[in-house]
Structure formats: structure tokens, C-alpha cells
Write a protein that binds this ligand. Sequence first.
Ligand code: UD1
Length: 339
Amino acid sequence: MAILVTGGLGYIGSHTVVELLNNGFEVVIVDDLSNTERFILNNIEEITGKKPVFYPFDLRRKELLTQVFDAHQIDGCIHFAAYKAVGESQIRPVDYYENNLFSLINILQEFKAREISNFIFSSSCTIYGQAEVMPITEKTPLKLPESVYGKTKQMGEEILIDFAKAYHRKISLLRYFNPIGAHPSGKIGELPIGVPSNLVPFVMQTASGVREKLNIWGNDYATEDGTAVRDYVYVVDLAKAHVAALKKLIDDSSADSLIDIYNLGTGNGSSVLEVVKAFEKANNVEVPYQICARREGDITIAYADPQKAQKELNWKSETSLEESLRTVWEWQKYLNTRS
Ligand code: UD1
């Protein structure tokens, strides 16, 4: 079966492509290389011994997308391609709405016209906002996200739900908590382009001396050590969840399961300080840090209830925080050999 993977050279996309290839799927990647580099494609090939088809273009270019669907018998899509920087989304809202929504709609037009089903959407736990009760289940009420980025994820979900209902196609909405880590081979991972705003890439760069100090955004939260708590899930585990979700869409022909929704996390919360300490311990390095004021828009605590994914997809995160953070350091060492 041929699966279109948009953003397949990006962080979660590249790890998912590896898992798809290892599970016998054919993969067609569309990626405009706006937030990744071409060497990731070669490294996917080195890891798997298989070469995915690759088209470098922006999904807003509808005519090119049509050509891809003409050239390949596409049986499903995992749609990662999107702008994802929260801060940037606030100052470039129109670009974010245009890119994230038009890309999605262009693919859905092809799906609609060609009677294709099986669409998996990269969503985010950001759509729950600060939930009142932990852990967060799929039934936890959604809140309108504060960021434009978050709104594009929520709107994407709405569009897909309407699409599934109107055309009777199967979709899966995967709500990620905080993905971290790199492939055990050390050859693919999160590429640090610009100053990272996410915690683990910043910790990685601080440990390696690229950044002087980690700024910890606030230690006055109502948590055990005062720093904010998140659910950090290993990216390879997350990639495997995509394959499980895809297989379920393909195998499950019952019409009552048109729309699958899963929270993908470990079920455990870790504070910022716990992540820093775990990184230091896992890699025997120091991470200098200072406590700063809270970052605007941050919530206190979020962690998943992963039971639905476990029950229906037979998936659970298996990699510890320390083990995930070890792979981050291996990835940094690999990046050092390239520079
Ligand atoms: C962020 C986004 C979220 C998005 C997710 C994608 C915000 C407000 N939220 O989630 O919408 O889906 O990334 O991965 O940006 N931290 C520091 N110092 C740093 C960086 C982070 O202390 O230099 C802290 C943050 O305050 C937070 C935790 O580390 O408490 C995790 O931050 P981050 O990795 O940016 O993820 P989220 O904020 O959870």
C-alpha cells in the first residue's frame, strides 16, 4: 500500500516514514524542505535500506499535488506538513492559516475526488488548553487555543470531522503531547533550525555549549517543584502509534468508526527541572540554567490518559524519559560530526 506522508522529512514525519517502511508500506513523501534538510532522506534510506519516493514542493501548489495523485495509487495519508512555531504564529497569523489550512484542504480535495479513505492528522494536546482534571482523556473538553498555531490544529480537526461524515471516509486525529528524542541510530532527530523554543532541543544545545544557559520559564507554578509539568513521549514510540492507527483505519471496515481520536502520551507528567536532571543523569553532562519569569501562554500541567490508544491500537509508550534523552545526546553528537 502506498501512503502519502506530507512533511515526511520533518521531525515526527521522518521517524514515522522509517516505521512505515519497516512495516512494508510504500511511502510517497511531499515536503517543501522549509523546516528540514535533504540529508534526512538519505539517512532514512540508510536506516531502512529502502528509498521512499520524494517530491520537494509546497502543498499549497495544488497542481503539483494532483500530479502526485495521478502518478501513484495512494491508499492513505499521514499529514504532518504544517508550520508549528507558536510564537511565530502570533506574528504571522495569515501565513499560518494559509499554509496549515490550504495544504489540508488541497489534500482532502484529492481524497474526495478519488474516493480515497484513511487520513491521519497530526494534532496536538494544545487544543485542551489548561484542562481542569488530569490526566487528559479524549473526552476532556476542548478550549479555544490561545495561539494561532493551536487554532489551526483545532480547525484542522473540525474540517476533517466534517469531511469524514459527509463523504464517509475514515480519519484518525492523533493528539500528541510533547514529543522528544531521536532515532536510536542517531541519524534522524529534531533539526535545530534557529533558536529552539521547545524545551528538549534547547537543553540539548545548552549541554553542548551552543547556548550558554537554559532559561526555565517560571518556578512559581502550583506543582511539586514549581516548574511546569508536561508529558514527554519518545518520538519513535509516537511514530509506531501512527502505523497502528493506520492499520486500524485500513483493517476496520465497520462504518461506526469513521472518526478515531487518540491522545498520545506516556501518562506521566515530568517537570522542567525533572527533565533537566534526567538529561544530566542520562548523558553525564551539565545543563546550566537560570530561573526566569513565566512564558506567556504556558499552562501549568498537562499529561495524557493513554488508555484509549492502548485498548484500541494496542499501543503504549515504552521508552523512559532518561532513555529518550540519551538518544537526544547521540543525535547532537551526530550533528557535531556534520558541522
Ligand atoms: C509547545 C506549544 C504547543 C505545541 C508544542 C509542540 C507553547 C505555549 N506551546 O508546547 O502549542 O503543540 O510546543 O511541541 O509554546 N521551557 C523552558 N525553557 C525553554 C523552553 C521550554 O522552561 O527554553 C518550558 C516551558 O515553559 C514548558 C516546558 O518547558 O513548561 C515545555 O515547553 P515546550 O517544549 O515549548 O512545549 P509546550 O509549551 O508544552
